[in-house]
Design a protein around this ligand. Structure first.
Ligand code: C5P
Length: 228
């Protein structure tokens, strides 16, 4: 199966409250997006990597050279993550077959490794509903609705990471037909709305989403470790 990567990188990273968009903040001296893209560029299983940025993005040329092979920058970011991904999928229509697997991965997860990419493709590449990296919940989970407080049984609860992998035609259909875009908090949720059950493949804590300033230090700690 041919596999391509699609990295949405058109967000502003409001929770990071930094001067530049968070995907360009340095992690161990390298822009976050460079590290994220390099995981795919180093994977022999990925044929091509597409990165979606905002039309007016002034940082990308310093991170991904327009002449670099194996990677294409698409300046078609939209107002939400889902819009950026949909715009990206439509932009590559001519280059990608319906049956190709698309691995959607957040720029804000720079700890991804070629080994995790391989684990996802080998574990879920043949599944009709695709699959995603995820981690079992280790904390006790509480739910609050108004004043009611409940402890949710942790058994069977997982935290979704990315990459999330689906064939091109299924992902495009799921995102374009999503009945409630607000309920689409990740790509898998849109695919689930069509009745599919994406497979959960156990990921790794190093693949954390860098959201708060303190996450940068954690990401750097994992970067300093040997790959897993
Ligand atoms: O902000 P958050 O971490 O949830 O964003 C997840 C990913 O989606 C990031 O890589 C971000 O750059 C991307 N994104 C996007 N277009 C948007 C909003 C977010 O590509 N409009």
């Amino acid at each position: 199966r041919r596999c391509v990567a699609l990295i949405p990188a058109a967000g502003v990273g409001a929770r990071m409250a930094a001067g530049s968009p968070k995907q360009y903040l340095p992690i161990a001296g390298q822009p976050m997006l460079r590290l994220t893209a390099d995981a795919f560029l180093a994977s022999p299983l990925i044929s091509h990597t597409y990165i979606v940025v905002s039309e007016g993005d002034g940082y990308i040329d310093g991170v991904i050279s327009p002449s670099e092979t194996g990677v294409t920058v698409l300046r078609c970011g939209g107002p939400t993550r889902m819009d950026s991904i949909l715009n990206g999928l439509r932009a590559v229509r001519e280059q990608v077959a319906d049956t190709d697997l698309v691995l959607v991965h957040d720029a804000a997860r720079p700890g991804l490794t070629p080994a995790l990419i391989r684990k996802l493709i080998e574990g879920a590449g043949d599944a009709p509903g695709g699959g995603l990296l995820a981690l079992p919940v280790v904390d006790t989970v509480k739910s609050t609705r108004g004043s009611a407080l409940a402890t949710v049984p942790r058994d069977g609860l997982w935290l979704a990471q990315t990459p999330q992998m689906f064939n091109y035609a299924l992902l495009l259909r799921a995102l374009s037909e999503a009945p409630d875009p607000l309920a689409v908090t990740d790509d898998a949720s849109a695919v689930e709305m069509l009745g599919y059950s994406p497979l959960l493949i156990e990921g790794h804590p190093r693949n954390l989403k860098v959201t708060l300033p303190s996450d940068i230090r954690i990401a750097e700690m994992y970067m300093a470790q040997t790959e897993q």
